[in-house]
Design a protein around this ligand. Structure first.
Ligand code: ZN
Ligand code: ZN
Length: 329
C-alpha cells in the first residue's frame, strides 16, 4: 500500500506492507483522512515521519472480529485502548494507560484498528463530512459540553484553525452567541460563515475591551482557546465574568500565568481542558452533521495522494479549514 511521509516541510508517498487483520483488529480501506494541526510537527521536523490519526473508511478484512463485517463503513478513532480499564469502559479510552501497540499511521491506504474503535456510519453522512468527527469536532464537542454552552451563552473562541472553527460551528449549532478571534483574515471570514456574530483581529481590535463593552463590563460566561498561544489562553481567562469557565483545546506544552487567588478563589472561574471525544459523543456529532448544513464549510480542500505535498503546503499556509486526503484518488 501507499503511505504518506512528512519531514523538512515536505510530504511524499512511500510503499509499505499491507496490514493484516488479527483478533479484534480489523483492516479499514481509508477513503477520507484529514490532516490535523498536530501532524504538522512531523512536517516541520527534520527526517521522515509517518502520521495521521483521523479517518473514515470501509472494512475490508476481519479475523475474529464479531461487531464488524467486510463492507461496513466506519469512523476510525485515533490511537488504541486496552478495552478493560475504567477509562476504556466509560468511553474515555484516549486516556488509557495500557494502550496496546498495533494501531499504525492513518496517512495510509489501509489502517489497522481495534473493531470497537470503528463505529459504523449511517448511510446519509458521506465520508468527508463524517471524517470531521475526528479532531475537527471532537475536542470542541467535549469542551462545549463541559462548559455547559447553550442558547443563553456568549462564547469567546480564540484560534480559528480547524479545531477552533469546529468550536465556532458547534457553538453556533447550540444557539450560542460566538465571538471568534484570529489574526488571519481567511479564518475570520470562515468563522463568520459558520455562525460567528463577530470575528476579531487581535492586532486591530482590543478584544478584552470589546468583550467588556458588549457585556456591561462583566465578561463572557465561557471561553475556548484553540490556538495554544499563551497570550490567547490568558486572554480567555481575563475575558471571563465571575464564575465563568474556560476550556483549553489547543496544545501548549509550556506554562501560562494563573493566580489561584486572583483568578480562582476571588473570581470563581473554572479551567478545563479537552483532548478527544468520549466514544459516546458519536450520536450527538452525527446529529450535528445532519442538522447543521454549514458543517461542510469546515472542509476547505480535498487532495488525492499524488498531490499530498500540495495538501500540506495549503494546510501550512493557514488559509485553510480542514484539509482531507483521499488515499485512493
Ligand atoms: Zn484502557
Ligand atoms: Zn488531531
Amino acid at each position: 500500500m501507499k503511505i504518506v511521509m512528512t519531514g523538512s516541510r515536505r510530504a511524499w508517498i512511500e510503499d509499505a506492507p499491507d496490514p493484516t487483520p488479527e483478533g479484534e483488529w480489523v483492516v479499514v480501506r481509508a477513503t477520507a483522512v484529514p490532516i490535523c494541526g498536530s501532524d504538522m510537527h512531523g512536517y516541520y521536523a527534520e527526517g521522515a515521519h509517518t502520521g495521521g490519526h483521523e479517518a473514515v473508511g470501509e472494512v475490508v478484512a476481519v479475523d475474529s472480529a464479531h461487531r464488524l463485517r467486510v463492507g461496513d463503513r466506519v469512523l476510525v478513532h485515533p490511537a488504541s485502548g486496552c478495552g478493560q480499564c475504567w477509562l476504556c469502559r466509560r468511553g474515555d479510552y484516549i486516556h488509557c494507560r495500557a494502550m496496546p501497540a498495533g494501531s499504525g499511521p492513518h496517512f495510509a491506504q489501509y489502517i489497522r484498528k481495534q473493531e470497537w474503535l470503528c463505529p459504523r456510519l449511517p448511510d446519509d453522512v458521506e465520508d468527508d463530512l463524517a471524517s470531521l468527527m475526528g479532531c475537527g469536532l471532537s475536542p470542541a464537542y467535549q469542551a462545549l459540553t463541559r462548559l455547559g454552552v447553550n442558547a443563553f451563552s456568549t462564547v469567546l473562541i480564540t484560534g480559528l484553525g480547524p479545531v477552533g472553527l469546529g468550536a465556532v460551528a458547534l457553538a453556533s449549532f447550540l444557539g450560542a452567541r460566538v465571538w471568534a478571534v484570529d489574526t488571519v483574515a481567511w479564518r475570520r471570514q470562515r468563522a463568520e460563515r459558520l455562525g460567528a456574530e463577530a470575528a476579531l483581529d487581535p492586532n486591530q481590535t482590543d478584544v478584552l475591551g470589546f468583550v467588556r463593552d458588549h457585556t456591561c463590563g462583566e465578561g463572557v460566561p465561557a471561553a475556548i482557546d484553540a490556538s495554544g498561544h499563551p497570550e490567547a489562553e490568558r486572554l480567555c481567562i481575563d475575558a471571563l465574568r465571575a464564575l465563568g469557565k474556560v476550556a483549553f483545546i489547543g496544545e501548549n506544552q509550556g506554562d501560562i500565568a494563573y493566580s489561584p487567588s486572583r483568578d480562582g478563589i476571588r473570581r470563581g472561574i473554572e479551567i478545563i481542558a479537552a483532548w478527544h471525544q468520549n466514544l459516546n459523543a458519536f450520536a450527538d456529532l452525527i446529529t450535528f452533521l445532519r442538522r447543521f448544513p454549514q458543517a461542510s464549510d469546515l472542509i476547505s480542500h480535498t487532495f488525492g495522494l499524488a498531490d499530498v505535498d500540495e495538501a500540506f503546503r495549503v494546510f501550512a499556509s493557514r488559509e485553510a479549514a480542514k484539509v482531507v486526503l483521499h488515499p485512493w484518488a
